[in-house]
Design a protein around this ligand. Structure first.
Ligand SMILES: [Zn+2]
Length: 274
């Protein structure tokens, strides 16, 4: 799975690709991926990136004057950094404690890390416009089972704890696409402060696998959809971690068939996966 380098249309230097009719994937200079789904009445923006340029101008070009609302898959720096450009942000209440960590200095250090990880194929800090969030958007909480009607496109909300406790997936029933944020990534980061145990991620992988109504899985940060094989690999990987004894407290990498979970060796419930 390679990093997103697609170039179909350039808007404000963001790379935009139409992945289904009126469904757009936007590559934020290889820092993050956002999606815009445009219905007949209104539009939905999924994630707002690290916040290094005029993302709102891109959204307004794609939505052609229709009202739009921002929803986030989770509250990490590369998904809520650009929130200043939006008046409201729809999210899970469980990820609220993470938002305060997403400061200007954190956003800058995220660019440093990504430039290193991506072989410098990422925007330079001096080219990024990183504004302080002067006014926080109003938070609107969404939960499992909520339905968003964009007019001709119906989106359903699922709670998918794992990468963060309040991670959300959005199922576009009309286009049969599920957007899973950073939860079903072949490199799943589970060692972060607000991540769940591997057993909870296991439950989430099973849950998403069994959701009906999609053919395509779009995770953030990737250049192509994730294949359904990801579930078997992720589930096997989680089982492998859960079956181990408690180890020395450290960050560990465990892989199964190209699916890697980076986790804390000691963060585990007493009950193991059977
Ligand atoms: Zn994340």
């Amino acid at each position: 799975m390679s990093i997103d380098k697609t170039l179909k249309i350039r808007l404000k230097d963001y790379h935009v690709e139409e992945i289904a009719p009126k469904v757009y994937k936007i590559n934020e200079f290889n820092l993050s991926t956002m999606f815009v789904i445009v219905g007949e009445k209104s539009a939905m923006v999924i994630d707002c990136g690290t916040g290094v340029g005029d993302f709102k101008a891109v959204v307004e070009r794609l939505t052609e004057g229709k009202p739009y609302s921002l929803y986030i898959t989770h509250a990490h720096v590369d998904h809520v950094g650009g929130r200043e450009q939006f008046e409201e942000m729809h999210m899970s209440e469980k990820d609220v404690p993470i938002i305060k960590d997403v400061t200007v200095s954190y956003r800058k250090s995220y660019i440093d890390v990504m430039r290193y990880l991506m072989g410098f194929k990422v925007i330079r800090k001096r080219d990024a416009v990183i504004k302080k969030v002067e006014k926080e958007p109003k938070l609107v909480f969404v939960k499992e089972g909520d339905v968003i009607d964009l007019g001709g496109k119906i989106i359903k909300v699922f709670e998918v704890p794992g990468h963060t406790l309040g991670s959300l997936a959005f199922l576009d029933e009309t286009d049969r696409i599920i957007f899973t944020g950073d939860d079903i990534n072949p490199n799943t980061l589970l060692f972060l402060k607000h991540s769940t145990t591997v057993e909870e991620l296991y439950e989430t992988l099973l849950k998403i696998k069994n959701i009906e109504g999609y053919d395509t899985i779009w995770a953030s940060h990737l250049s192509a959809p994730v294949s359904k094989e990801v579930f078997e690999n992720g589930i096997k990987c989680a089982e492998k971690i859960s079956k181990r004894r408690n180890g020395f407290p450290m960050i560990a990498m465990t892989g199964y068939n190209k699916y890697v979970i980076i986790h804390l060796s000691h963060r585990r419930r007493k009950k193991k996966i059977k």
